[in-house]
Design a protein around this ligand. Structure first.
Ligand SMILES: [Zn+2]
Length: 262
C-alpha cells in the first residue's frame, strides 16, 4: 500500500516533465543571451551571437541568427533543386543584420539630405522629411533588421520580382513555399496592412517564428517605456509614438506562421 503514493508521484512528475513542451523560444534563446532592450533596438555588434551567412562566393559577410540561417539555407537549397534548369537567378542577400548605429547612419543621411530621396528635402518641415524617410527606411531602434531575423534579397526594387522582372520565378516560388520554412514578407501590399506602415517591399523577408515574438516584445517595451528613442537620433522627437504603427503594421500572414513545417 505504501507504494501507490510513490507511483502516483512518479507519474505526476513524468507528466510534468514530458507534458511541459515549450511552445515558444525561451527568453534566453529569444535574445540570444543579450540584454532584452539592447537586442530589440539593435544595440549590439555583429557577429556577437549571430552567425555569418554567405550565399554567394563573392558576396560580403552577412549576419543572421543561427536558427534563421539554418532555415534560410534549407530554403535556398530547395529552391535551387526545384527551380527550372534554365532559370539563372539565385537567392542572395543584399542586407541582413544592421545594428542601431548603422540604421542611424542611413536615417540621418536621408534626414540631412545627404542621401537623396524621391523628393528633395529643401523647404520641407521635419515632419515631412520624417514621412519621406519612413516610406522605405526604419528609424534607428525600430528596424526589423536589428533582430537578425530579417533580410533583403537580390534587388531593392519591386519591379525585379514582378512580371517581366528577372526575379519573378523566384518571387512566385517564395510566395508559394517560404512559409513552410518559417519565412514571410512582412511588408506586403499596403492594403493588406490597413494602409499603414512602410511601402511594399518584395525583397524583405522575415523568419516569423522568432520575429513574431520580437514584434510583440518591442511593442510591449515601447509601451512600458523600456524602449526610449527620444534624443537618440535626428528627428526622433518628430517621430514620437508613430514608431509603434510602423513596427506593428505587418503582413497578417506572418502571424499565422508559428513553427516551420519543414
Ligand atoms: Zn529590409
Amino acid at each position: 500500500m505504501l507504494r501507490s503514493p510513490y507511483i502516483t508521484l512518479l507519474f505526476v512528475s513524468l507528466f510534468l516533465v514530458c507534458g511541459e513542451k515549450p511552445l515558444k523560444t525561451s527568453q534566453t534563446d529569444l535574445y540570444l543571451g543579450l540584454d532584452k532592450t539592447s537586442y530589440l533596438t539593435g544595440k549590439f555588434n555583429s557577429p556577437g551571437p549571430l552567425a555569418p551567412v554567405i550565399l554567394e562566393e563573392t558576396g560580403k559577410d552577412h549576419f543572421l541568427r543561427p536558427d534563421v540561417k539554418k532555415a534560410l539555407l534549407q530554403m535556398v537549397n530547395d529552391f535551387e533543386d526545384s527551380k527550372p534548369s534554365t532559370y539563372k537567378q539565385h537567392i542572395f542577400l543584399v542586407s541582413s543584420f544592421r545594428n542601431f548605429s548603422h540604421q542611424k547612419g542611413i536615417w540621418e543621411s536621408k534626414y540631412t539630405g545627404k542621401k537623396v530621396m524621391r523628393v528633395p528635402i529643401k523647404g520641407k518641415s521635419p515632419e515631412e522629411i520624417t514621412n519621406l524617410i519612413l516610406e522605405f527606411s526604419s528609424a534607428p531602434g525600430t528596424s526589423r533588421h536589428h533582430w537578425g531575423t530579417d533580410f533583403d534579397i537580390n534587388a531593392l526594387d519591386n519591379a525585379y520580382f514582378e512580371e517581366n522582372g528577372k526575379g519573378k520565378i523566384l518571387y512566385d516560388w517564395l510566395k508559394q513555399n517560404a512559409n513552410k520554412y518559417g519565412f514571410c514578407q512582412p511588408y506586403s501590399r499596403l492594403s493588406t496592412r490597413n494602409n499603414k506602415g512602410y511601402q511594399e517591399e518584395k525583397w524583405h523577408w522575415s523568419y516569423a517564428p522568432i520575429s513574431n515574438q520580437l514584434t510583440k516584445e518591442w511593442v510591449k517595451g515601447f509601451g512600458s517605456g523600456e524602449i526610449q528613442l527620444a534624443g537618440s537620433f535626428l528627428g526622433a522627437d518628430v517621430l514620437g509614438d508613430r514608431a509603434l504603427d510602423f513596427v506593428r503594421s505587418i503582413n497578417p500572414e506572418c502571424e499565422k506562421i508559428q513553427n516551420p513545417s519543414l
